[in-house]
Write a protein that binds this ligand. Sequence first.
Ligand SMILES: NC(=O)C1=CN([C@@H]2O[C@H](COP(=O)(O)OP(=O)(O)OC[C@H]3O[C@@H](n4cnc5c(N)ncnc54)[C@H](O)[C@@H]3O)[C@@H](O)[C@H]2O)C=CC1
Ligand code: BAL
Length: 498
Amino acid sequence: MSEALFSNALRHKAEAFAQREHGMLIGGQWRPAASGKTLDTFNPATKTHLGTIASAGPEDVDHAAQAAQRAYREVWSRQTPEERQRLLWRLSDRIESCADELAVLETLDSGKPVRDARMMDISHSISMLRYYAGWATKLNGETIAVSRPGQWHSYTLHQPFAVAGLIVPWNAPIMMAIGKLAPALAAGCCVILKPAELTSLTALRIGELACEAGFPDGVINVVTGLGSVAGQAIVDHPTIEKISFTGSGAIGRSIMVAGARHMKRVTLELGGKSPVVIMRDAELDEAIGSAARGIFANAGQTCIAGSRVYVHADVYDRVLDGIVSFAKGLVLGDGMQPETQMGPLVSDAQLARVRDYIEAGRQEGAAVVTGGNALEMGGHFCAPTVLAQTRQDMRVVREEIFGPVLCVQRFDDTMSLDGIAQLANDTDYGLGAMLWTRDLSTAHKLAATVKAGTVRINGGGLDPALPFGGFGHSGVGRESGREGIEAFTEKKSIIIAL
Ligand SMILES: NC(=O)C1=CN([C@@H]2O[C@H](COP(=O)(O)OP(=O)(O)OC[C@H]3O[C@@H](n4cnc5c(N)ncnc54)[C@H](O)[C@@H]3O)[C@@H](O)[C@H]2O)C=CC1
Ligand code: BAL
């Protein structure tokens, strides 16, 4: 870990960027909103003003859509896959060379510890770009043997949407932006990226780096502004054929409905209420550490956070004690301090939401074993919280909290594996699940029955090559892997009568 990450020089550089007058990247030009409107962004650790961004309206979105259409027609659709590959790789190199600066900017805007921003968010983004750079030259169709051999020769092509709208949230701003930009650009789409209004700064810096990397004007457009205005205008725009969205279930549903008007193709990643199952034979120290990190990383503002833990009664006390002492030992603070392990929540609204959930848990009979309160530390801080004596019917167990709040329950030998799977599956969501057991048979049986897009057994993380997405209310479609790039294309069948 570079000591420079914590240097004043880097912080001043990032702050100077934040304080610049930010336009939006539309057709290769940096422009203010047509209305002249702006929005302010704040540092969640200190509540101090960080910068001002443009607040786009439908007119700006229309300019971006026109610029993207033009760029697709005149330039991008004529580029070779190898050229797309080269540009994606160059962008990854630019990001790598500015990795520390980007991490600091991400921390100042989102509150996450800068070490995490650098080692997870930025590193994963670089890997994602390089993974999809490789795909640009490999997105082949297939030759398909048909039922009329000798009469027909048939094959398929993957053809990109001309313009894709990428709407990303505030919990992992760079990672979410790159997770959509990389496959869209590799597939051959031009894009309009709309970062969350709370955390737009790194997307604007990525826009600059993309220009430096040599992406032609209009291929990457970055439009900032309110979701209800700029985001909605992207969803409603008739020539933006594809929407890739990550965020809340409520907005995801509204995008599905609004998108249907123009038959838009929609990919939705909508969060979860992911279960962690710890069997009696689990490697307990690892399971405890993983369960605690899983919910307290990024202050619980992680779509795949394991927020419900089910533990075998024989090891329940040890697991609960272990997670509670992990929570009590966490160093909270400004993400720019080297010792900080958990930062603030992104905003006052998010803190209020999390406090409301904790209060609802108390009212419904949950026991607050540790935490349960906001902290007067100058920012939107919430104590890492563990709730025991929780039941399946409680709101804290059923709804996504998106904060550092873990619900723990026990099961015993009277419960079959199917019963354990039913507990895990007793949710509208289905994004992730984590299983801890040394028994291979148990692991595979549970993995097959648990309703989740990603099941991890005894550890493991995310990988650009693995499809990522959810069952049920966790979303529609998959990102990453082959599915992630195919989602930015239409498949066409071609038949030649011989
Ligand atoms: N799946 C995930 O990773 C995320 C889940 N969430 C969940 O959502 C809850 C609320 O967070 P919010 O910031 O309110 O999420 P949100 O869904 O309102 O915001 C996410 C993105 O959608 C945009 N947006 C908002 N309204 C839109 C609209 N009408 N049309 C198009 N785009 C729109 C926002 O500007 C932002 O870029 C969180 O507490 C959490 O439970 C939030 C962020 C990420
Ligand atoms: N930058 C995240 C918090 C805020 O702007 O209110």
